[in-house]
Design a protein around this ligand. Structure first.
Ligand code: APR
Ligand code: PHB
Length: 391
């Protein structure tokens, strides 16, 4: 098979890229290792930055998001049994975020692409990207038990952290920057209306907790747990008791409980692979970088990467200039490192490290106090949370 852009992976990065290219009249083929049901059921984060919302609308993928998504104009920080709201539009000149689950974005993009777009092959596992620095890179893959080759003008590796695309960058040119954290998040979905209208990020001596939501009827809640925790170690009642302790306020706020419908543990890491481009191979999304989920940046970074690639390719086609495409890695990495910085700051301000001292605790509280009292500190949080401009 032959195509202009070979896309490995049908997560949000690969699917949105296929959509953007289709709208620009550029053909692509998407190869996805898993089956459609698996890809559509995967539970991930759920906060869309303003720029992500705008891109989904512009490419005709925003209809259900606009009907079912929840626009949020702020978040609450909770510490020392106090509550502090950060108002996004007021601090950013009108920006907000949308609560709409990544899994719903994925379903919407698959439905659109299946109706209107080019080939999207499920259960097609890429084995390797070959000759990335030639004019015609190839993807070797297995589909229906048969090994095949996809010949491309460009390959975009949207195959997540565990994918194969990154391996095609020669080892001597690759640099990896990484940090793991000695804790993870135990996440639950519960059939109970969210106990707060907006997300609550709580810092507590027992560890971090987050209250989020999927709809007016479904809550999404997280607890910081030690690295390697088995979700089955926690009964539903123990989870609710712990959430209640960490969210407790002096003003008698109360947490509504309900049936837990799913439970899982996510490890936390920061990871960046440089460069994000080698010849005609481009890396996008989790294939190139991971952020801990505290800043809600993972999906949004995947979106800004593929928008940068699509704009670069459209510009090359329309003007003959490859300048934007050539600057892909630098353009993306500038934004990636800002997201890494923000996600790290949110993570280390709100989580309790196993070896934390009383000094560390006081510093965390001082940082939160600064956000609560200095407009400049609150503005920095609001600007980064609602999203820095795309490159
Ligand atoms: N061949 C084909 N597909 C592959 C291969 C392979 N060898 N390896 C992985 N994949 C597929 C995975 O099955 C998955 O569907 O690539 C896809 C990668 O999708 P994601 O992991 O969702 O990554 P990405 O699209 O970059 O999305 C960004 O933001 O919220 C964060 O981590 C979260 O998924 C999220 C990410
Ligand atoms: C979620 O709703 O899953 C969620 C929200 C905010 C985050 C991370 C995850 O920072």
């Amino acid at each position: 098979m032959r195509t202009t852009v070979g896309i490995i992976g049908a997560g949000p990065a690969g699917l949105l890229l296929a959509r953007l290219l289709h709208r620009a009249g550029i053909d692509s083929v998407v190869l996805e290792a898993r089956d459609r049901a698996y890809v559509e059921a995967r539970q991930r984060a759920g906060i869309l930055e303003q720029g992500t919302v705008d891109v989904l609308r512009e490419c005709g993928a925003g209809a259900r998001m606009d009907r079912e998504g929840l626009r949020h104009d702020g978040i609450e920080l909770r510490f020392d049994r106090r509550r502090h709201r950060v108002d996004f539009p007021e601090l950013t000149g009108g920006k907000s975020v949308m609560v709409y689950a990544q899994t719903e974005v994925v379903k919407d993009l698959i439905a659109l692409h299946t109706d209107e777009g080019g080939p999207l092959l499920f259960e097609a596992k890429a084995l390797a990207v070959e000759d990335p620095d030639s004019e015609h890179p190839r993807v070797r893959y297995v589909h229906e038990g048969v090994e095949q080759t996809l010949e491309c003008d460009y390959v975009v590796g949207c195959d997540g952290f565990w994918g194969v695309a990154r391996e095609a960058v020669p080892r001597e040119l690759s640099r990896v920057f990484e940090r793991t954290y000695p804790f993870g998040w135990l996440g639950v979905l519960a059939d109970v209306p969210p106990s707060n209208d907006e997300l609550v990020y709580a810092r507590h001596d027992r560890g971090f907790a987050l209250l989020s939501m999927r709809s007016p009827e479904v809550s999404r809640l997280y607890l910081q747990v030690p690295d390697g925790t088995d979700p089955d170690e926690w009964s539903d009642e123990e989870i609710w008791d712990e959430l209640e302790r960490r969210f407790e306020t002096a003003d008698g706020w109360s947490l509504k409980r309900g049936p837990v419908t799913s439970k899982s543990v996510t490890p936390m890491r920061s990871f960046v692979h440089e460069p994000m481009r080698h010849g005609r191979l481009f890396l996008a999304g989790d294939a190139a970088h991971i952020v801990p989920p505290t800043g809600a940046k993972g999906l949004n970074l995947a979106v800004s990467d593929v928008v940068t690639f699509a704009r670069g390719l459209v510009r090359l086609r329309e003007t003959g200039s490859a300048d934007r495409l050539d600057a892909y890695s630098e353009t993306c990495l500038r934004r990636v490192w800002q997201a890494e910085r923000f996600s790290y700051a949110m993570t280390t301000t709100l989580h309790r490290a196993p070896d934390a001292t009383a000094f560390d605790d006081r510093l965390q509280l001082a940082r939160l106090e600064r956000i609560a009292t200095a407009r400049s500190a609150a503005t920095d949080l609001a600007e980064n949370y609602t999203g820095l401009p795309f490159g």
